[in-house]
Ligand binder design. Structure first.
Ligand code: ADP
Length: 165
């Protein structure tokens, strides 16, 4: 039987319940799911790649068939190297669509063997993004509904200027 590997790429700066929902659903569909932190030169990140990987490890240790990785390069190359057939992305709103559509077509052009699969966000996470978590957390708001308890204190202390960077 053919074993299918999927990747869930993103910045995960930091991982939220929205990401976790997409990762869980991907894990139930594919034999192996690689969650990959993409080092995007365009995006200024708050957390280091190591910190993001560590938060992901802590947050999804209970989900089966998962590997966690980071990559500094093109997603199309990553999928080739790892023989991944599917890129799983979450779609929140129409605002995500144009960018994601362009990325999907570009990735297809660069690697014909990979398909992009869009999963509709779960309704309760429709508004949720890493930047919203950072905004609320840095202004003293409660982010417990948005991120797992095991990484909550770390996020808050980093947003308030403690730790590395
Ligand atoms: P963000 O846009 O929050 O910075 P990332 O770049 O880390 O997120 O996104 C990685 C993937 O996770 C993307 O496919 C994005 O659409 C998806 N995603 C992020 N937040 C949610 C959410 N609340 N619901 C569904 N998908 C999400």
């Amino acid at each position: 039987m053919k074993s299918i590997t999927a990747v869930c790429p993103g910045s995960f700066d930091p991982i939220t319940f929205g990401h976790i929902d997409i990762i869980k659903r991907a894990s139930s569909m594919f034999d192996k799911v690689i969650v990959v932190v993409m080092k995007n030169a365009d995006k200024v990140s708050t957390f280091t790649v190591e910190e993001r990987l560590d938060m992901i490890r802590k947050s999804i240790s209970d989900i089966p068939n998962i590997e966690i990785d980071s990559y500094n390069g093109l997603l199309a190359d990553y999928t080739k190297i790892h023989n991944a057939r599917v890129i799983v992305k979450g779609l929140r709103a129409v605002s995500d669509f144009e960018y994601e559509f362009q990325m999907a077509l570009t990735n297809k052009k660069l690697n014909q063997n990979t398909e992009t699969l869009f999963l509709t966000t779960s309704a309760e996470y429709m508004y949720l993004s890493s930047s919203m978590v950072k905004l609320i957390g840095s202004m003293g708001g409660d982010i417990r509904d948005f991120v797992p308890e095991c990484i909550h204190d770390f996020i808050i202390s980093r947003l308030n200027g403690k730790g590395s960077k």
